[in-house]
Design a protein around this ligand. Sequence first.
Ligand code: GDR
Length: 326
Amino acid sequence: MPRALITGVTGQDGMYLAEFLAAKGYEIFGLIHGQNNPRIPAVRRVAPSIHLLDGDLLDLRSLIRAMETSQPDEVYNLGAISFVGLSWRQAEITSEVTAMGVLRILEAIQVHTHNDMSRVRFYQASSSEMFGNVHEVPQRETTAFHPRSPYGVAKTFGHYMTVNYRESYGAHACSGILFNHESPRRGHEFVTRKVTRGAARVALGLQKRLTLGNLEARRDWGFAGDYVEAMWLILQEDQADDYVVATGETHSIRDLLDIAFSRVGIEDWTRYVVQDARLFRPADVNLLVGDASHARARLGWKPRVKFRDLIEMMVDDDLADLQRGA
Ligand code: GDR
C-alpha cells in the first residue's frame, strides 16, 4: 500500500486529495497544525482511515518527526497561507509559511532520507499567481514570473526551491503550477465562493447587498476535484518535472456574477452588487489563462468540469446548505 503525507489537509485541495488517494488504497497521513481545527471532522468524513499528525510548516523538527512516523512514498505540500488579499497585511507570516515552509519540508525529506532524496516523491503546490503581471498569453511552464503580491513572491520562492533541490540533490521534486480552482469546499473569502454564497443568500432574502472589489479581473477557473488528479499524475511520472494545470479559458468576475445570479433566477445582478475601494488590492493580477498542453501530452490530464457547470454546482450547494440552516 503506497503511503502519502499531505500538508494542508484541512484545506479545499487537501480534502479532495485525501479522498482521491483513499479511493486508490493509499495509507494517508495528514499534517495538522494548531489545536481543534474545525475542519478535522470533514477530513475524517472524506478519508475515514486517515492518520492525523501534529506538525507545522514553521517547525522543522515537527516535519522531520512527521516523515519518520509516516514513512511516505509521496509528500504533497499543500499547506500555505493561501489568501492573496491577506498577504499584504501579513507579508512576514505569509513568507514564513508559504515560502520558508517549502524549504523546511524539503530539508525534512533530506534529513529523513539521509540525503537520498529521490526515495520520496515531492509535490509542491505552485501557483499561477507567480505569473502576476503576465509576460505571455496564455501562460506556460516557460513564461517569465512577475509576482504581484507577497503571496505570489512567496510561492515563487517555493517553486524555485523545489526546482533547486531537484537540480542540486536529485530530489524527485515536482511543481504543479495550478491556476484558480474552486468547489463547494472553497473558503468563503475567495471570490467565486463569495459570489455563489452571496447570490444564494440574496435569493433567499438573507442579504440585500454583495460587496466586491475589482470586477474586471480575469481568471482561469477550474474544478479542484479535477486538479488533485493532476497532482497525483505528476508524481507518478518517473521523470520529475513542472506542469501548468489550467482549463485554457478565462472569465471575468462579471461573467461569474452573470452565471451565479442567473442560477438563482436574478438576471440583473447590478441591483445587488456594490464595489468597495477597500477590497481592491494594492496591485492586482488582471488576466490569467493557462496552457496545460504539457500536462495533457505527458500525463494525459484534462479538466472535466466546465466553468458554467462549476459555478452552478457551487450555487446549488450553497442554496441547499442555507436551506438546511447552515
Ligand atoms: P486569487 O483568488 O487571488 O486569484 O488566488 P481570489 O478568489 O481571492 O481573487 C480572484 C480575483 O477576484 C478579485 N476580487 C475579489 N477577490 C476576493 N477574494 N474578494 C472580493 O470581494 C473580490 N472582488 C474582486 C480579486 O481582486 C482577484 O483579482 C487564488 C488563491 O486560491 C491562491 O491561493 C491560488 O494560488 C490562486 O488562486 C491560483
